[in-house]
Design a protein. Structure first.
Length: 387
């Protein structure tokens, strides 16, 4: 081979050609992807479930955005469109509605009822769709996205999840809200810029989420996965005897965390100019329950944060009394700040027609919840719209 081939000028020419070939291939791939195989900046993950559970549809589609962990109806990404009514809902199992189509959730049905009262107005509504279902992480989720979304109204539905999820050996932290990371994963400015202009970057960044969702679909998408899981949990639940009613000391009372979360939620709503409605999360648990209703129970309490898999069974009457303690906090905060409070736990009938288990609503339960909320939500909407 000619020695001149390895000269500096030839190597530079070869390097430039290789660089141009690589750039050309990248641009070609980008062009093909942009033309017909686009990946959105915020892809929606779609899960399909098939369960024969009384009170719920058999086949359900569960759509959730990968970045915000949000479900929505008629929601446009980004800032609120002119003239639209934008409502942000945050809560526990009933709000997530994992086993319901969007139109069957309480917030989806509430939006449909509001559209009947507001002909020609676009009603945008969204809800959190990720774990955990506690007020403090939920409030952090709202605080992360509300400045961008600028909702007109925020509806919070917490309380029962705190009672049924907080460990017995709980310790209160006054600065929990500040210590929680933002609900959105933080990216560098360079990565954000690349994602905006490059389909390859979007695919690369979202590949792990996509593959994880496919693995989840493979498991949870099996026929009757949730039905069988609930039944197995009920079998284990019935085997255990409930422990003596726990007593929450002042420095070990998760109600303090619930109170702080609602105060932060109020501050967030005020900072973005949104109205806030507080609601009591409905729950099946009661002091006195029929055998039919009691057979639906399946939820254990974690014993301690250090041993989250060690679970205990508590009496349903204790759960009912604890929820009332929490609702007192929400009711007092609403009264002190002239907010609307709706205690749905006292008005949604605790039976098999309305509940699948402690906190999962049937489609009828969600429909009843939307119907009960409408008379309370409508005056607030009228105030927002200047009607």
């Amino acid at each position: 081979m000619n020695a001149d081939f390895f000269s500096t000028s030839n190597l530079l020419k070869l390097g430039r050609r290789l660089f141009l070939i690589v750039v050309g291939l990248v641009l070609l791939i980008e062009g093909v992807l942009w033309a017909g195989f686009r990946t959105p900046v915020n892809p929606t993950l779609t899960f399909r479930f098939n369960n024969q559970i009384p009170g719920l549809k058999g086949k359900v589609t569960f759509d959730v955005t990968a970045v915000e962990q949000m479900r929505s109806r008629n929601w446009e990404p980004g800032s609120k469109p002119a003239g639209a009514l934008r409502i942000l809902c945050v809560g526990g199992m009933a709000t997530m509605g994992q086993l319901q189509n969007t139109e069957d959730t309480w917030w989806g049905q509430l939006a449909a009822l509001l559209e009947e009262k507001l002909p020609g107005v676009k009603v945008e509504i969204a809800a959190n769709a990720g774990l955990p279902f506690l007020a403090m992480p939920g409030t952090k989720w709202v605080a992360t996205f509300a400045p961008e979304w600028q909702p007109d109204l925020i509806i919070a539905n917490f309380g029962a999840g705190e009672v049924l999820s907080q460990p017995l050996e709980y310790r209160y932290s006054a600065n929990l809200f500040e210590s929680l990371p933002p609900a959105r994963r933080q990216r560098s400015a360079l990565k954000e810029a690349m994602i905006k202009v490059s389909q390859i970057s979007r695919w690369w960044v979202g590949r792990d989420v996509k593959y994880a969702s496919l693995r989840s679909q493979a498991v949870m998408g099996e026929e009757n996965y949730f039905r069988d899981s609930f039944n197995q949990m009920r079998t284990e639940y019935q085997k255990l005897n409930p422990i003596p009613n726990p007593f929450r000391l002042s420095d070990a009372d998760p109600r303090n965390e619930y109170r702080d979360a609602l105060k932060h939620l109020l501050a967030t709503s005020q900072s973005v100019g949104a109205q806030l409605i507080l609601t009591g999360e409905p729950c099946l648990c009661r002091e006195l329950m029929t055998p039919e209703n009691a057979a639906l129970l399946c939820t254990f309490l974690p014993k301690s944060p250090a041993q989250p898999t060690m679970m205990v069974k508590v009496q349903s009457g204790w759960v009912e009394r604890e929820i009332r303690r929490y609702q007192e906090v929400a009711q007092n905060l609403a009264r002190e700040n002239q907010l609307t409070f709706v205690d749905l736990n006292e008005t949604i009938l605790p039976d098999a027609d309305h509940f699948v288990n402690e906190m999962t609503l049937t489609d009828q339960g969600a429909r009843e919840m939307a119907a009960q909320l409408l008379p309370k939500v409508w005056p607030v909407v009228q105030k927002i719209r200047g009607l």
